[in-house]
Design a protein around this ligand. Sequence first.
Ligand SMILES: NC(=O)c1ccc[n+]([C@@H]2O[C@H](COP(=O)([O-])OP(=O)(O)OC[C@H]3O[C@@H](n4cnc5c(N)ncnc54)[C@H](OP(=O)(O)O)[C@@H]3O)[C@@H](O)[C@H]2O)c1
Length: 259
Amino acid sequence: MKETVLITGASSGIGLELARCFAAEKSNVILVARSTDALEKLAAELRTRHQIEALVVTADLSQADAAQKIFAELQGRGTVVDVLVNNAGFGLHGGFTELPLHRQLEIIQVNVAALVELTGLFLPGMIQRQRGGILNVGSVAGFLPGPNMAVYYASKAFVLSFSEALHEELRGTGVRVTDLCPGPTESNFSQVARSHRVRQTRARKMSAAEVARIGHEDFRAGKCLSLPGAQNKILAGAVTRLLPRAVVRKLAGHYNKLK
Ligand SMILES: NC(=O)c1ccc[n+]([C@@H]2O[C@H](COP(=O)([O-])OP(=O)(O)OC[C@H]3O[C@@H](n4cnc5c(N)ncnc54)[C@H](OP(=O)(O)O)[C@@H]3O)[C@@H](O)[C@H]2O)c1
């Protein structure tokens, strides 16, 4: 049966590539972000290439009423969302007191509050229908504290904890929850985060297409956690568990050290 998948942050990077993955399996897609032109371009591409329905919903998830508005618009159209992909997110490099407080609260609004609210609005229907699922895009950053990116790392720790808890709660309901935890990935993320302020690191970046392909596959396989790439598996699975916490936070601080 044909599913309808709502993807936030589908205008670029990992979200755009996830939209391509779901469309390629013939799911209809609802593309959400602020950049209407980029969403319309992607929608046109997916309709032509896969003969699916692609709906564009322009929304700014830093606005407190955005999730409700999206839900109301789709209810008004009679559209059922089978799969919710909470991908929209951003981070900022810099010390906590140096970065504007309102921008850091925006990180919490987009990465955490909107994700929870969209989940709270769409999940009851999925449980009732006994199918569907939620794919949250967290980060390996969720596994450790991040000096010089404190709020971003903390937001992804929330996504990790929340996703894992829901995965267990929903066992046996027919609804699945996966947390995709990418490491450094080619996208607009660094530009938005102003990562040029960080000392040059040699971390290899995965392509957004590869990250999305693995996340999509792991979601379909019903995995709770999706860690694309060996480097990220080692970081999340071994480094953050085996080393003392004091060492882990020092390493993270070194990684995020500003110029
Ligand atoms: N790239 C990495 O290294 C990396 C690593 C780990 C995790 N992640 C996570 O992956 C997810 C996707 O990021 P990306 O790397 O693909 O970066 P990206 O290319 O900058 O994409 C971010 C997406 O989120 C949307 N977005 C941002 N703020 C929004 C807002 N206020 N309202 C609605 N949409 C908003 C953007 O759309 P508009 O600007 O059009 O609104 C864009 O579509 C994020 O959750 C990020 O934290 C990224």
